[in-house]
Structures are given as C-alpha cells and as structure tokens.
Design a protein around this ligand. Structure first.
Ligand SMILES: N[C@@H](CCC[C@H](N)C(=O)O)C(=O)O
Length: 296
C-alpha cells in the first residue's frame, strides 16, 4: 500500500469575505476532510490572495448538472475541521457564480443537505432564497424533550435567541459589538449542552439605517467548523433578521440591512414570503492543490 498524490484544480472565491475553495466534485478527492483541513489552514494552507489571506473557510465540492433548466448544483461544504455543514449562505452565492460562469444561466438551483435553494443573478450580486427560518426545538436541535423554543434565554452567561436558518444559530443582541471579546464569549455557547449538534454564535448590534425605513444591524459571527470568527456568515445574517422580528426589535424580518466585517448583505422577502439573501461575490484566483489517497 502506498500514498498516491494527485493534483486537483481549485478556484478561490469569497462572498463578503467568507472564503471558499471550489473543487469540481467530479475530480476525485479520496479524503475530503483531510483535503479541507490541510488547504484551509489559516497559517499553512493555500497561498496568499491579494489581501494576504492564507487558507479559507471551507471547501465547496460542487457537482454541476447542466442538463436541467435551470441548471442544478449539488453542493457539499467541508469545513476546516473536516465536518460537513448542511448549508452555507455565502458559499451558496459563490457556488451560484461558479455554475453561472459555466452555463450562461442567470438562475441556478442549489441542492444542499438543508434543502434546495434558488439563486439568481441581480444588480448587486447574487440573491439566494434561504428557506423558512425555524425556532422549533426539534429542528434546531435543542437537547432533551424541550418543547419551547429558546428565546432570549441565558446560555453560558449570554442572552441568546436560537433559530435554524439551515444551520443552528444562537443570536445575541448587544449594545456595542466592537467591545465583544468573541473568542472568549462564543466557544462556551457554541459547545453548550443544550445544543447537541453545536451552534454558530452570532452577535448583532442595531445601528443607524442607511436606507430609509430599513433596519440595519452590525454583525460578527463565531462559526462552528471553523471554530473562530469569520468575516461574514450569511445564515447568521438571516438569523439576526428572524430573531429580531421574533423578539419584537423590528416589525418584520424583511427588509433588513446587515453590515459585516467583510461587507454588506441585504435580507428581503420573496413574493412567497421567503427570506432572500443578497450580496456580492468575488472570484479571487485559481490553481492546483495536492489530494492524497491510498493506492492499494
Ligand atoms: N459561513 C456560512 C455558514 C457555514 C456553516 C456553519 N459554519 C455551520 O457549521 O453551521 C454562511 O455564510 O452561512
């Protein structure tokens, strides 16, 4: 038995600073977890981009099915710790551009473990239908036989409202987001016993509107699977809108503007009342990376 190393083509994209390596899923990568852990490492991973950022926030393995109209993509996000996330809002936008560039389509369907999402090219980037956020304890999930949603309750000393926006999110509304020591405050909540599958932890501060009548929040998120703060977490942005509406901070979950360390996102509503996430996507650079397998 010997180790076989092959070169795998990748493209690096970011959605509002949330960075992904995209690999065509038809290229064989025998151990996807090891591939993601190695190449996403922020110190030793894939080489620097123009912003000097080494590594990435995950690998999107994308399988394009262009016989359908609109084209479909089967999206699997493998995170730096080797785990698979059911969905990723920023990743879905990057996946949409990757597929649109190959098909000339302006709309694609993205099949994820959290369900199918439609993504459409719009003036200010890509808009993704994000499904119905749910506060239901069994869908979060919450531990035990709990029947009540977890709304504005203290978990590990932080007051949070929990919502599943495709992935679990614990949202804490704070007065001054800059003063939050996220690396100290978030890990205990992320691993709290009440969340058997863990959770992402998102902080939000209500701030001045930039569009008349549109509430705006500043956001910082600590992500499960990355185990650290990211420049943007779009399922967290949707969670802020849903949670703020649920606890009466705002009248409705849409429209809402969100400012993140990596840029701006907008939450609006589709005609069917589904939340729509809109933001920019950037294609950074391409290359080849080593994938290791075993040859027997
Ligand atoms: N960055 C993402 C969320 C990715 C999944 C998350 N880390 C998890 O494990 O739940 C986004 O933009 O939504």
């Amino acid at each position: 038995m010997s180790t076989l190393t092959t070169a795998v083509a990748f493209e690096k994209y970011h959605g509002t600073g949330n960075e992904f390596l995209i690999v065509d899923a038809t290229d064989p990568v025998p151990d996807r977890s090891a591939f993601a852990t190695t190449h996403c490492d922020r110190s030793t991973g894939v080489g620097s981009d123009t912003d000097g950022q080494t590594g990435a926030d995950g690998v999107l393995f994308l399988q394009l099915e262009d016989r359908f109209s609109p084209p479909r993509i089967i999206m699997t996000l493998v995170q730096p710790d080797g785990s698979v996330a059911p969905i990723c809002g920023n990743g879905a936008r990057c996946a949409a551009v990757w597929a649109m560039d190959r098909t000339d389509a302006d709309s694609v369907m993205i099949d994820t473990q959290a369900g199918t999402r439609r993504a459409t090219r719009v003036d200010d980037g890509i808009a993704v239908e994000m499904g119905e956020p749910t506060f239901a304890p069994d869908r979060l999930p919450l531990a035990g036989n709990r029947t009540e949603p977890l709304i504005e309750e203290s978990v590990e000393g932080l007051t949070v409202t929990t919502v599943n926006t495709g992935v679990p999110q614990a949202v804490a509304f704070v007065d001054d987001i800059e003063s939050v020591d996220i690396e100290s405050a978030a890990p205990a909540v992320r691993h709290a016993d009440v969340f058997p599958a863990g959770t992402n932890v998102t902080f939000a501060e209500r701030t001045d509107s930039r569009r008349e009548g549109v509430p705006r929040f500043r956001q910082r998120s600590y992500e499960r699977g990355i185990e650290g703060e990211t420049q943007a977490c779009a399922t967290g942005s949707v969670a802020i809108a849903a949670a703020a509406s649920r606890i009466g901070l705002i009248e409705s979950a849409a429209p809402v503007d969100i400012s993140l360390p990596g840029g701006e996102l907008r939450i609006s509503a589709t005609d069917r009342g589904e939340l729509l996430l809109t933001g920019a996507v950037t294609h950074e650079f391409d290359g080849d990376l080593a994938a290791e397998g075993v040859d027997d």
